[in-house]
Design a protein around this ligand. Structure first.
Ligand code: NDP
Ligand code: OXD
Length: 309
C-alpha cells in the first residue's frame, strides 16, 4: 500500500514515526512537487492543489485535522470520486472541552478582574454572577461541540446549542437553521463558535448577529478565523455591547504584529491551539479507517462536499 504525505513543515519526523507504527505494511513517502507516482491514500492538511489534481487513483484523502476547509479550497483539483475523510475527535474533543470551559469559567468567576485587583494589592471580594443569567450558546453540535456541551453541563450552566438539523440532547435547548438563530443569540450570554467553515458559516460572527447577544456577552471562537468579521467585534467591544472575547483562530495566522486585537486587553489571544492534532491518536485513527475501507466497511468522518463539512 502506498501513501503520500504532505509535509507542511511541522512535526514531519513525529508523523513518519507514528505512521510507521500504526501502518507498518504501508510505504509512506513525502510528496514533492511534480510527483505523480500512483498512490492509494493521501494524508494532508492544507495541500497545494497540484498534490491532488487528477489523482483519481487515490482511494481516500485523509485530513490531518477535524476541519477540511483547507482541503476543499483545492476545489476543481480535488478528484471528484475520491472521499475526503476528516479526523473525528482523535483526542481533540477533550482539549476543546478544557479550552472552552477554562474561558467560560474565567469570565464567569471574574478571574481577570481578580488578577487586575491582585496586581494593585487590592483585596476586593465580589458577589458571584448568577448561573441562571449565564446561558451559554454553542454554535455547532458536532463531535467537538457535543464534548464542549457535556463539559459545561458538569458546571450546571444552562445551555443553548445551534446546528443545521435540530437535535435532541438532554438538558440542552436546541435551535436550528436561520429561523432559530435570532432566539438562540438573544438568550446566549456566552457565545462559543465550533462550526466548520463553509460558504454558509463564513462571517457568521458579524455585527448583525453579535449585536443580538445580550449586553455584556462574551465570545469564544475556537473554529476558524473567517467565521468572525474582526472589525465588527472590535466595534462591539469598544461600544460596550460585547464584554470581551477569547479568540484562538484568526483570518490571518499568525496574527500580524500590527493587528488591533493585540492592543485590546479584553481580547485573549491564543495561537490556534484550542485542540491540537494528537499525532499518535490521529495516525492510529487513519490506520483504522484505512483497514475498514480495505475491508469494504463504512467509516465515519466522510465529508459531504456539497455541505462543506
Ligand atoms: P462536525 O462536522 O462534527 O460538527 C459540525 C457541526 O456544525 C454540526 O453540528 C453541524 O450541524 C453544524 N453546522 C454546520 N454547518 C451549519 C450551518 N450552516 N448551520 C448550522 N449548523 C451547522 O465538526 P467538529 O465538531 O469535528 O469540528 C468543528 C470545527 O472545529 C472544524 O471544522 C474545525 O474548523 C474546528 N476546529 C478547530 C480547532 C482549533 O484548534 N481551533 C481544532 C479542531 C477543529 P448538523 O449536526 O446538523 O450537521
Ligand atoms: C483542525 C484544527 O481542524 O486543528 O483540526 O484546526
Amino acid at each position: 500500500m502506498k501513501i503520500i504525505f504532505q509535509d507542511n513543515g511541522n512535526y514531519l519526523n513525529e508523523w513518519m514515526r507514528a505512521l510507521k507504527h500504526s501502518l507498518p505494511q504501508a510505504e509512506v513517502s513525502v510528496w514533492q512537487e511534480g510527483d505523480h507516482t500512483p498512490a492509494d491514500y493521501a494524508i494532508v492538511w492544507k495541500p497545494l492543489a497540484a498534490m491532488l489534481d487528477g489523482r483519481a487513483d487515490l482511494k481516500a484523502i485523509f485530513s490531518r485535522g477535524a476541519g477540511v476547509d483547507g482541503i476543499l479550497l483545492s476545489g476543481a483539483a480535488l478528484p471528484p470520486q475520491v472521499p475526503v475523510i476528516r479526523l473525528t475527535d482523535a483526542g481533540m474533543g477533550v482539549q476543546m472541552a478544557e479550552f472552552v470551559t477554562h474561558a467560560v469559567l474565567r469570565y464567569f468567576r471574574q478571574f481577570d478582574v481578580f488578577a487586575e485587583d491582585s496586581a494593585l494589592k487590592k483585596w476586593q471580594p465580589r458577589l458571584p454572577q448568577k448561573r441562571e443569567d449565564f446561558r451559554i450558546g454553542v454554535l455547532g453540535m458536532g463531535v467537538l461541540g457535543q464534548k464542549i456541551i457535556h463539559a459545561l453541563q458538569t458546571f450546571e450552566f444552562p445551555i443553548n446549542a445551534w446546528s443545521r438539523n435540530s437535535k435532541n440532547m438532554e438538558g440542552v435547548q436546541s435551535f436550528s437553521g436561520e429561523e432559530g438563530l435570532a432566539e438562540f443569540l438573544s438568550s446566549s450570554k456566552v457565545l462559543v463558535c465550533i462550526l466548520p467553515l463553509t460558504d454558509e458559516t463564513r462571517g457568521i460572527l458579524n455585527y448583525k448577529n453579535l449585536s443580538q447577544l445580550p449586553r455584556g456577552a462574551y465570545l469564544i471562537n475556537v473554529a476558524r478565523g473567517a467565521h468572525l468579521v474582526e472589525e465588527d467585534l472590535l466595534q462591539l467591544i469598544q461600544n460596550g455591547h460585547v464584554a470581551g472575547a477569547a479568540l484562538d483562530v484568526f483570518a490571518q495566522e499568525p496574527l500580524p504584529l500590527d493587528h488591533a486585537f493585540w492592543q485590546e486587553k479584553r481580547i485573549t489571544i491564543t495561537p490556534h491551539v484550542a485542540a491540537v492534532t494528537m499525532i499518535d491518536e490521529s495516525a492510529e485513527q487513519i490506520a483504522q479507517k484505512i483497514a475498514r475501507l480495505e475491508r469494504g466497511e463504512s467509516v465515519d468522518g466522510i465529508v459531504n462536499r456539497q455541505r462543506g463539512y
